[in-house]
Design a protein around this ligand. Structure first.
Ligand code: P6P
Length: 345
């Protein structure tokens, strides 16, 4: 919790405003949008915290577009974010993991030409872990809509490098919001529930150039391609000065938790394409892109294995992609394995 003897708390709202002032021609629209997203995260955090008590973890009976049983918290989180984004007046179009089609915001909910953002989000990623009390999270990415657009899929079927901001909120032992609006700056905020504010706790996060941890679901190793097999075997059998020096394995199975640890400690997180998941499992728009954006802004690297993740252009809003992200040197080593495979060596 924030030290209340401190009389100069840097809240998320204050910090985002201060960052905005550094951009002379800033309209303040992105600031207000990020503040709306912050409200959604606070609201979802309270729902997650009380889920076990008020039996929110049970199945909602419905199924989401992925054909997965939708849990009550998923439904709640989705509605909360749609409402907080719509009420900001800054959003023209949204894509949610929980909705098959894009959500075009009605004119009555737009603040004129200030409604110039497209937001893609996974309202509650990792929700299959809810009952186990494992950290879960919200992931979001923000584009400026194309000139003259009224809000359509064209505003989001674009390279992730065109995003203007991205972030995630992890509902774990504490509630941590990590986000970036570019400029090589990634900041982390922790929710102080006693005052209901996110407090700046991790300014200017930088990911180590190389780590000592790898994070992948080894249960899928029978399905891996040769590049993955070569790379991860090398991490487990590596030696330093003739002595074994393997990387440690850490895998939560909740992307927000695994990526948060990777950003803070370094190393590599991977969800590859394999014989079972031909395009990988994670979704381009609202899982791969926001995390790749954050990792790059923090000085790391994010790849499909063959190319920069943020250069990929999706053709469908729920498209999947393989993804490898983390410390720049670790991801570069992984890409070298794919390059060898591609060159038939
Ligand atoms: P697997 C959670 O269901 C999720 O979408 C991500 O949060 C996580 O990284 C991945 O799937 C885990 O998938 O196949 O390892 O259980």
């Amino acid at each position: 919790m924030a030290d209340h003897t401190q009389t100069n708390l840097i809240t998320l709202s204050r910090h985002v405003l201060a960052e905005q002032r550094a951009h002379k021609n800033a309209t303040g629209d992105l600031t207000l949008l990020l503040v709306s997203i912050q409200l959604g995260c606070k609201f979802v955090a309270t729902c997650v915290r009380k889920a076990g008590i008020v039996n929110l973890t049970g199945l909602a009976g419905a199924e989401n577009v992925q054909g997965e049983a939708q849990k009550k918290l998923d439904v709640l989180a989705n509605e909360i974010f749609i409402n907080s984004l719509r009420s900001s007046g800054k959003v023209a179009v949204m894509v949610s993991e929980e909705d098959e089609e894009i959500i075009v915001v009605g004119e009555q909910d737009r603040d004129g030409e200030h409604a110039h953002y497209a937001v893609v989000f996974d309202p509650l990623d990792g929700s299959s872990n809810i009952e186990a009390g494992v950290s879960i999270g919200t992931i979001f990415g923000i584009y400026k809509i194309l000139p003259g657009s009224k809000g359509s899929t064209a505003d989001v079927l674009r390279p992730g490098r065109e995003m203007v901001a991205a972030g995630y909120c992890m509902y774990g032992s504490s509630t941590s919001l990590v986000m970036s609006a570019g400029g090589g700056k990634v900041h982390g905020y922790t929710l102080d529930t006693t005052i209901g504010e996110f407090i700046l706790t991790h300014p200017n996060i930088r990911i180590p150039s190389r780590g000592k941890i790898y994070s992948i679901n080894e249960g899928n190793s029978v399905y891996w391609d040769d590049a993955c097999k070569e790379y991860f075997t090398a991490l487990k059998t590596r030696e330093v000065n003739g002595k074994p020096a393997p990387y440690s394995a850490r895998y939560v199975g909740s992307m927000v938790a695994d990526v948060h640890r990777t950003i803070l400690y370094g190393g590599i997180f991977a969800y590859p394409a394999d014989k079972k998941s031909k395009s990988g499992k994670l979704r381009v728009l609202y899982e791969c892109y926001p995390m790749a954006f954050l990792v790059e802004q923090a000085g790391g690297r994010a790849s499909t294995g063959h190319a920069r993740m943020l250069d990929y252009v999706p053709t469908k809003i729920h498209e999947r992609s393989p993804i490898f992200l983390g410390s720049a040197e670790d991801v570069a080593d992984l890409e070298a394995c794919y390059a060898k495979l591609a060159n038939g060596k």
